[in-house]
Design a protein around this ligand. Sequence first.
Ligand code: SAM
Length: 206
Amino acid sequence: MLSAAAAERNKDPILSVLRDIVNTERPLQALEISSGTGQHVIHFAQALRNITWQPSEYDRQSLASIEAYRAHYHLHNVKPAIHLDASQPHQYWGGIQPESLDLVLNINMIHISPLSCTEGLFKGTGALLKPQGLLLTYGPYAVNGRITPQSNVDFDYSLRQRHPEWGLKDISFLNSVAQKNGLFLEKIVDMPANNKCLLFRKESLV
Ligand SMILES: C[S@@+](CC[C@H](N)C(=O)[O-])C[C@H]1O[C@@H](n2cnc3c(N)ncnc32)[C@H](O)[C@@H]1O
């Protein structure tokens, strides 16, 4: 069971946003993309029992950690973690059926993965969400071409040094990728430590 300090710090603030946006009585289906250690999915599943959670990861060591958390907590509403590469088409995402999900969650992946992962995230989510379903992304973002404060500027610089395609993405860019896939930015929530939650809703066909 790996433990990430950032996940420990942000899990309650993100849970609070989830409580505000999701129905807490109806049975719902959620997919987490890039679950990391598994700390988030376990925390959210304990608090939101009406949601069946599908954790996923690209990294094999993280997959083992998620499974260790699952074995420890025995939660009936957390499915076995699946291997999921966000840059791949959704047909390779563990057999999840189109328009079968109420919620997709993606925490701290967009700024620290190649652009193909961001594009794949929105494309796959657009296909797998039910109409009116929600995508919640969390992380640091640029706003109208500006990154603030200086600590995020420094963070962005260090990410780009590590990989030319890493770095903070602009919210307007993410919104344009989202719109191409039938998702619309509905709400931006400011979070602690200069992060944000972005809430994208899948448009209804009616
Ligand atoms: C900073 S970690 C965040 C993990 C977790 N969501 C959290 O907040 O603790 C970034 C995550 O992106 C994942 N990732 C990298 N490339 C990926 C890909 N192609 N598809 C899906 N996830 C990927 C990594 O394995 C890692 O778990």
